[in-house]
Write a protein that binds this ligand. Structure first.
Ligand SMILES: [Zn+2]
Length: 478
């Protein structure tokens, strides 16, 4: 037997054996979390946390009895009775893009990573990058420890007309496949289609699957050369964003027109939901995404528990406020109402394991995407989804949708130790997830208050001259 295999077996036996006897001694560099409560993803319950040991970024022990153990060498985080450990949160439509001048979106990957992480969001899938090269560089900086941020599961550029400069006539299925090869080699975690034609989408899905990478889509009704999610599911798409499609989204007009008056009790809606479940297609509901677009906003969700604009530079804050409030979008207000019923209907129909959380908020300076995860979880609960499942949607469902369910999404021995500690019991009030006390990602323990302090006053241009540079770097894309 090879030495490495023997070592692995010894470790596996140690992990499987009764804890009290086999507990390995704590080493320098370990993180030990004692006290407080722990969200158990399996049962959906909150249980007392007896002890968690993190070694080199991996959960070595969960539910450990630490009695008699010398913890002197470790970084010990002692929790108060009222604090709760949750798996790190996932935002699967995490826009780093912001639009402060109404000139278009710019990917802001300097300050946003701090704000995502300080909010307990340890995994982000941008869901369409306007500056994929810059995003890839930011990801490298984060992975090398040169910059602080969450896991950046790159989506690469949009496939379809959402990409700046994309013209369908320039693209063939073969060209789509070649580009999938390139971005797969560069380590993207999935692909995003938006405004894509059917033959391009079929090629994208087929080629992405050769690398085991999922494809997600912001699609349409089928009108004007668009693809209805119903047909994308037949092609094998893995994830759908915003709306479920099907025969209730009529192909003779744009999707939003059907969506704003959608009766979720129609049999066509039940039929498309069954299709998602049969094919295990993830659905990124983006409930709150619509809520940002009209005023007055839903006061239940769009409260602020921190001055989000304080993260902008004084110059950017003033510029953003000159354009606020934005013109209210009545159609999105009606769609927002529909979304609550739709996501609950899907949950009840058996889609609870398929719903994922995506914030989709390319901020215009008013609310920042990093805070949006908490708003979206709150929306799920207001829709009637139990808090425990809102947390699962924000954690393990997200991990599985990225094909990372074996490595992330729950607090279990052997998994990567991404976690967040919040104050309060989020099963009693989901808004307790907003009070983030500690975050661990990649084996590093962060103090959210320090991350917020580091980010404050720094997002966006600091002067007129910088603003000109900024506008010159805008890459349009919605
Ligand atoms: Zn988006």
């Amino acid at each position: 037997m090879g030495i490495r295999l023997a070592t692995a077996l010894v470790l596996a036996v140690a992990l499987a054996a009764p804890r009290a006897q086999s507990l390995p001694s704590v080493q320098a560099g370990d993180i030990v979390i004692t006290g407080g409560q722990l969200f158990d993803s399996l049962s959906g319950r909150i249980v007392p946390n007896t002890g968690i040991i993190v070694r080199q970024g991996i959960f070595l022990e969960v539910g450990a009895s630490l009695q008699g153990l010398d913890l002197g060498a470790a970084d010990v985080i002692g929790l108060a009775e009222s604090e709760t450990v949750l798996p790190g949160l996932f935002d699967l439509h995490a826009h780093y893009a912001i639009d402060l001048f109404g000139a278009g979106r710019v990917d802001e990957y300097t300050i946003n990573p701090l704000i995502f992480l300080a909010n307990g969001v340890t995994s982000t899938f941008p869901g369409g990058e306007v500056d994929p090269e810059g995003m890839m560089a930011a990801r490298r900086h984060i992975e090398r420890g040169e910059q602080i941020g969450p896991r950046l599961h790159s989506s690469g550029p949009y496939f379809g007309t959402a990409r700046p400069g994309w013209r369908n006539a320039d693209w063939t299925p073969e060209r789509v496949r070649r580009e999938v090869d390139e971005w797969a080699a560069r380590g993207v975690r999935g692909f995003k289609a938006k405004g894509i034609a059917a033959d391009h989408l079929a090629a994208l899905i087929d080629q992405a699957h050769k690398y085991g990478l999922p494809v997600t889509g912001h699609l349409d009704s089928g009108a004007r050369g668009s693809v209805n999610p119903r047909d994308a599911i037949s092609m094998g798409i893995d994830r759908i964003e915003h709306f479920m499609g099907g025969d209730a989204i009529s192909g003779d007009r744009g999707a939003y027109a059907s969506l704003e008056e959608l009766d979720v009790n129609r049999p066509e809606v039940a039929a498309i939901m069954r299709r998602y479940i049969e094919r295990s297609v993830n659905y990124d509901a983006t409930v709150t995404a619509y809520g940002y677009w009209f005023d007055p906003k839903d006061e239940r969700i769009f409260t602020t528990w921190m001055d989000e604009q304080s993260f902008l530079t004084p110059y950017a804050r003033e510029a953003a406020n000159e354009r606020l409030p934005r013109r209210s979008n009545d159609q999105f207000e009606r769609i927002y109402e529909v979304k609550f019923g739709e996501v609950k209907k899907f949950y009840d129909a058996g889609g609870r394991h398929l719903i994922t959380l995506g914030t989709d908020h390319p901020s215009w300076g008013e609310f920042l995407a990093g805070f949006g995860t908490h708003r979206e979880m709150h929306a799920f609960v207001l829709a009637g989804i139990p808090p425990a499942d809102a947390i699962r949607i924000a954690t393990i469902n997200g991990a599985r949708a990225l094909r990372l369910g074996d490595a992330l999404g729950t607090i279990e021995p052997g998994k990567l130790a991404d976690l967040v500690v919040v104050r309060g019991n989020p099963l009693e009030d989901i808004r307790h997830t907003r009070n983030v006390r500690h975050v661990i990602v990649r084996g590093v323990h962060h103090d959210p208050r320090a991350l917020f302090d580091q980010a404050r006053g720094k997002m966006g241009p600091a002067s007129e001259a910088e603003a000109e540079w900024w506008k010159g770097n805008v890459r349009l894309g919605r």
